[in-house]
Design a protein around this ligand. Structure first.
Ligand code: HEC
Ligand code: HEC
Ligand code: HEC
Ligand code: HEC
Ligand code: HEC
Length: 221
């Protein structure tokens, strides 16, 4: 056994020279640099560029200033309320806006001009994008959460009710989901209860609040 090993060893040694050959070291050094550069490019395109490509940004038809309107109405319920039958009004229709707005803009902002000319004057509903929109297979009830659960809007929606403009809606090109479902943060870290609203996030809160994550048929009908 040792004889064969010795032979092999001496043949290798003869061909390549000593292990510490300076030429070999240089090759290795360049290799490491190439690897790092390639890794960096992949890393940057994966983590920074990919989300940009994955989501398409869509502007709302015009900005809606929540702060200004909540000052005017004094509450959220003028526009978002539960009906007698327990269904949720969602985003208000044009009729609600027209309790105050006419074809004549009250102020001088471009947003209001667009609203007055394109929608009020033409009696056309505003096609708002819904940031929190879930896929059609999901059943969600506001009554269960607001009335029975006594929960605040901010828990699931964040501070939209205090905002002064409408941020763009971001749609996942592959699934068609709103970005608010999977969240802004591609590391998956969640700092606020409203950062993400995947199935796991619904179930996590249900487990905390009710001791049970719920049955499939409660959220899927
Ligand atoms: C309770 C009355 C009231 C209701 C209801 C109301 N608005 Fe307004 N809205 C106002 C007032 C007052 C202003 C401020 C006008 C000004 O610029 O002086 C305003 C301003 C605006 C502006 C311009 C704000 C800006 O900062 O550029 C837009 C756009 C607008 N409203 C859209 C809507 C839409 C859409 C609805 C329905 C969902 C609606 N409003 C419902 C009272 C109301
Ligand atoms: C004058 C009517 C009006 C009032 C009052 C109002 N909202 Fe809204 N709300 C709207 C309109 C119009 C939209 C759609 C435009 C947008 O998303 O910016 C909207 C959108 C929202 C959304 C986004 C839903 C989604 O997922 O797209 C939330 C959350 C919301 N409102 C919460 C609130 C809260 C909380 C209050 C009270 C502090 C409030 N709103 C008061 C008219 C109103
Ligand atoms: C437990 C979490 C939760 C709470 C609390 C909550 N929402 Fe929502 N909201 C959602 C989800 C999830 C959706 C999307 C539902 C869907 O797409 O079927 C939604 C949708 C909406 C929409 C858009 C509805 C539409 O499609 O037109 C508005 C507006 C809204 N919520 C406002 C509010 C307001 C105002 C409050 C507080 C009074 C509130 N929400 C409380 C989770 C919540
Ligand atoms: C932050 C906490 C929280 C989040 C997030 C949440 N829920 Fe809930 N949900 C509750 C609580 C609490 C109740 C029970 C209310 C009660 O009946 O006392 C409930 C009840 C329900 C019910 C009624 C169950 C029944 O049959 O009685 C449905 C359906 C539901 N949630 C769906 C969802 C869906 C879908 C999501 C995610 C999009 C979600 N919830 C996110 C807290 C939450
Ligand atoms: C607490 C509410 C809740 C419960 C309970 C729940 N789901 Fe879901 N499910 C959701 C929500 C919200 C989504 C959409 C967001 C997502 O993809 O995470 C979803 C998405 C899904 C999807 C993907 C559908 C698609 O179009 O992407 C499947 C499949 C699914 N659920 C199966 C199940 C099964 C099977 C169970 C029972 C073991 C179950 N779910 C229980 C809330 C729930």
């Amino acid at each position: 056994m040792s004889e064969i090993e010795n032979k092999a060893g001496s043949m290798d040694g003869a061909g390549d020279g000593a292990a510490g050959d300076p030429q070999d070291d240089k090759g290795l050094g360049l290799g490491v640099i190439f690897f790092l550069v390639a890794f960096l490019i992949c890393f940057l395109s994966g983590w920074l560029l990919f989300p940009k490509l994955l989501y398409s940004k869509k502007e709302q038809p015009f900005n809606f200033n929540h702060e200004l309107h909540v000052d005017e109405t004094g509450d959220c319920e003028t526009c978002h309320f539960l009906r007698e039958d327990g269904t949720f009004s969602g985003i208000p229709n044009l009729e609600t806006c027209m309790e105050c707005h006419t074809e004549e803009a009250m102020g001088e902002t471009e947003d209001e001009t667009v609203f007055a000319e394109e929608y009020v004057a033409k009696e056309k509903e505003v096609p708002w994008y819904v940031y929190s929109k879930q896929p059609d297979c999901v059943f969600f009830s506001h009554a269960a959460h607001i009335n029975a659960g006594g929960m605040e809007c901010v828990t699931c929606h964040g501070h939209i009710g205090e905002s002064t403009f409408s941020r763009p809606y971001e749609e996942n090109r592959l699934t068609g989901y709103s970005r608010d479902i999977w969240g802004k943060n591609i590391w998956g870290i969640k700092k606020n209860s409203w950062d993400r609203m995947k199935m796991d996030d619904c179930a996590e809160c249900h487990k905390e609040e009710t001791g049970h994550q719920g049955y499939c048929f409660q959220c899927h009908k």
